[in-house]
Design a protein around this ligand. Sequence first.
Ligand SMILES: CC(C)(COP(=O)(O)OP(=O)(O)OC[C@H]1O[C@@H](n2cnc3c(N)ncnc32)[C@H](O)[C@@H]1OP(=O)(O)O)[C@@H](O)C(=O)NCCC(=O)NCCS
Length: 283
Amino acid sequence: MGLALRTMEVTDLGFAGSLSVLVGWNQTARDWERLLAVEPEGCFIAEWDGKRAGTATTTCYGTDLAWIGMILVHPDFRRHGIGRSLMGHCLDFLKGRAIRCVKLDATPLGKTLYDQLGFRDEWTLARWEAEKLQILATAHSGPIRPIREADCPRIFDLDARAFGVSRRKLIGQLARQGQGLVMESGGRLEGYGMMRSGMRADYLGPVVASSPEAGIALSRALLSGACGKPIFWDIPDQAKEAVALAQTLGFIQQRQLIRMHRGENLDPGEPHLQFAIADPATG
Ligand SMILES: CC(C)(COP(=O)(O)OP(=O)(O)OC[C@H]1O[C@@H](n2cnc3c(N)ncnc32)[C@H](O)[C@@H]1OP(=O)(O)O)[C@@H](O)C(=O)NCCC(=O)NCCS
């Protein structure tokens, strides 16, 4: 029978979740559900001889940009061409949607394959990890407060400036699910940020701010809500103030990732405004 690729169904979420746990990734069942809800026709399962063996997800941001994520092959089925076929399937799907640019955040293992498929390096980011956070009795106050539904249009605008294109569907879903804060001063939205639970650690991100001061204040406020679990924080290397804050708070760099793109990268955004990305699977 060999390899077959098909659309992911809700009934595959258990398999998908167990695979990401097996390889030690941080995504929860809720993260998988969100990926499937945002792009129900663009998430895929690979089967090898009728057994589920791998996963892939896509997330479209209009037709300007799409993300490929969760490229995972079960260790028992690696080096059979499954990863390459899943990537080809995603790229065909996105071509059918006339997407101009495709991006992903590559692990060193994935990068070998993505180089072969024509992806080019854009910038680097790193996962930072804190086992136990030292600081932070400061609850949020003053210009920092929980996100309200009415904040969403301004959040989407600021996010689009930092990310390059609008990702309102994804950010809207995250805002409804996570513990989110905004910073507002003089009627102006200075930034927003979220924290959510992960399989291995709580996850700080996305955090987007129009100034380093706002990014620092929001990150500190979000981290002050941490409840003792380890914390992961994925930071673009260009967001130097975020990196400095992570180091000050005792975060340790755990691994490097490479943001890669394929196709015309006309909307690179402003990575230094991204104090924390949303998820390597979605950007
Ligand atoms: C990366 C991963 C998806 C590759 O899946 P796979 O089905 O084994 O990949 P393929 O068999 O299609 O290999 C495609 C090419 O990638 C490269 N490659 C894959 N695994 C490799 C390895 N362990 N060492 C070196 N090159 C490797 C090779 O060039 C390979 O082509 P070849 O076999 O013709 O030489 C899989 O190893 C995996 O799930 N890793 C853990 C999760 C991860 O890092 N995913 C990437 C997220 S960005």
